[in-house]
Design a protein around this ligand. Structure first.
Ligand code: DGL
Length: 279
């Protein structure tokens, strides 16, 4: 497939602090193949995980304002940190446009999966310190223990492509040790980049621990949301039609396209630059 021009049906706006949110976009593409997507990655200002709530809110509001210029009908916040720190601000900025984040869907699966009531969460510093996953879990299952661990070194390791590397194993083991000592039986991969480490994490923690990738459930929830609102696209794409996805970044479009091509089942020839701080 080749890169699309414009398709007229409104799109799903998907955004992230950078490249990692493509793991969420990938699930939306798989689950909702008839939907158009506009993806924005804030590659100039990544990472969000080490920034304050106020800053993440300000950045997220700017992105929503930009997405609203792109004929969107719903927003999926792919970034765990933006969902954790700025969800209310994002919804406020979105106005009538429905918004979905990754935390409630991820928390719900973990609640369903845990047998011993001990759930681990790995995520950025900002996500862990917001307590957003623990709050979402406790809203339905207050008796469950949630053990959070901030893993700031994992995003750079993934972006460096060190997925299968002894150094990444070592770092992961250091982070996971405390969670394993706490006898967790379920682990939420609470950051966009961590699903790319899934097989490494699986090898390190063994088969007994359930690994939750919030992106799967988010895509399912998005399908339900579009149905409920009566805004799902029902027109199938023709085999010879170009893919209906547009990609925007705030910096380094070539690097983005390279990463996108390594994880998406489509050909991303380019991404367009947006001066996001002008929104
Ligand atoms: N996208 C972020 C998240 O899911 C990870 C990268 C960052 O720190 O910005 O939390």
């Amino acid at each position: 497939m080749t890169e699309s021009g414009e398709r007229s049906a409104p799109s799903i706006g998907v955004f992230d602090s950078g490249l990692g949110g493509l793991t969420v976009a990938r699930e939306i593409m798989r689950n909702l193949p008839m939907e158009n997507i506009v993806y924005f990655g804030d590659t100039a200002r990544v990472p969000y995980g080490s920034k304050s709530r106020q800053t993440v809110e300000r950045y997220s509001r700017q992105i929503v304002r930009f997405l609203k210029t792109q004929n969107i009908k719903a927003i999926a916040v792919a970034c765990n940190t933006a969902t954790a720190a700025a969800f209310d601000a994002i919804k406020e900025e979105a106005g009538d446009i429905p918004v979905i984040g990754v935390i409630d869907p991820g928390a719900r699966v973990a609640c369903r999966e845990t047998k011993n009531g001990r759930i681990g969460v790995i995520a950025t510093r900002a996500t862990i310190s917001s307590n957003a996953y623990a709050d979402a879990i406790h809203a339905t299952r207050p008796e469950v223990s949630v053990i959070g661990k901030a893993c700031p070194l994992l995003v750079p390791l993934v972006e460096e492509g060190w997925i299968h590397d002894p150094i990444t194993d070592e770092v992961l083991l250091r982070y996971l040790d405390e969670l394993l000592e706490n006898d967790i039986d379920t682990l939420i991969l609470g950051c966009t980049h961590y699903p790319l480490l899934r097989s490494t994490i699986r090898r390190l923690v063994g088969e007994q621990i359930r690994l939750v990738n919030p992106a799967y459930e988010t895509a399912q929830d998005l399908a339900v949301l579009l149905q409920e609102k009566g805004i799902a696209n029902t027109v199938p794409r023709q085999p010879d039609e170009p893919h209906p996805y547009r990609f925007f970044v705030s910096d380094e479009p070539e690097r983005f396209a390279e990463f996108a091509n390594s994880i998406l089942p489509i050909d991303v020839s380019s991404a367009r630059i947006v001066q996001i701080d002008e929104y």
